[in-house]
Design a protein around this ligand. Structure first.
Ligand SMILES: [Zn+2]
Length: 245
């Protein structure tokens, strides 16, 4: 498969609710699929944990959440005249802390420190494998999410979960951008219908990622990574997860 395009505004949110789209995915109350043990969210970049499963985390309110931060997100604004990569790392770490607080989730963050845009599955499997323990439930990007870092994290997380003998459920971020209904297999997927409080918490959490949702300046290199049309797909009142259940 050729690399999917992550440019432009992607598939409009209303298309996802058209024929062959999300309405066909079995709907569940998040409480009925809540893990009993620790939840380990593997995030390629700071914000993926919120975009992908923030509403689910808010609804589950797990006692124990570990966010495995694969990269620090230093590569979101190449050539920015406003923020250096080091300044972006600092800003994005703070945004993540605020966002997790907005979700009401007492999460700890474990950094792997892999290079943004240079993630390998082997490095993820090694780093994640070192922190997994029996009874964990891993949440990681779906295969073919479409961003090279996400796809490497997907493969590496699957390896680590298999080796540790723990469940690995899947979420999507960039799949919603490049794919269209009919191109996505929803086998094993569930549509978690989020309570209003979880939708609001996720929205508040997204608003914390100011370096990603707002321009850093008028310079084109400072344009937002997540403009409103992209964010519309993450303001759904549902999140799709692929099992095992
Ligand atoms: Zn990402």
């Amino acid at each position: 498969m050729t690399a999917p395009s992550l440019k432009g505004l992607g598939t409009p949110e209303d298309v996802w609710w058209g024929p062959g789209g999300l309405d066909a995915v079995p709907a569940v109350d998040p409480a009925t699929v809540r893990p009993t043990g620790r939840v380990v969210v593997v995030a390629p970049h700071p914000d993926d944990e919120v975009l992908g499963v923030g509403g689910t985390l808010a609804a589950w309110a797990p006692d124990d959440v570990l966010v495995v931060a694969v990269t620090d997100g230093e590569g979101s604004h190449p050539g920015s005249p406003t923020l250096t990569p080091a300044q972006l790392v600092e800003r994005r770490a703070g945004e993540r802390r605020a966002a997790l607080a907005a979700l009401g989730v007492p999460a700890r963050v474990h950094r792997l420190g892999l290079p943004d845009a240079g993630v390998t599955a082997a490095d993820v499997a090694h780093g994640l494998g070192a922190v997994l323990r029996a009874g964990d439930t891993v949440l990681a990007p779906v295969a073919d999410d479409g961003h090279p870092d996400h796809d490497a994290v997907s493969a590496g997380a699957g390896l680590a979960a298999d080796r540790a003998g723990v469940a690995c459920r899947r979420y999507a971020v960039w799949l919603w951008h490049w794919a269209r209904p009919g191109q996505v297999s929803f086998d094993g997927a569930r549509r978690l219908v989020l309570p209003g409080g979880a939708v609001a918490a996720k929205s508040a959490a997204i608003a914390c990622f100011t370096t990603q949702i707002a321009p850093l300046s008028d310079d084109p290199r400072d344009a937002p990574v997540l403009p409103d049309a992209v964010l519309a797909r993450f303001r759904r009142d549902t999140e799709i997860l692929w099992g095992p259940w």
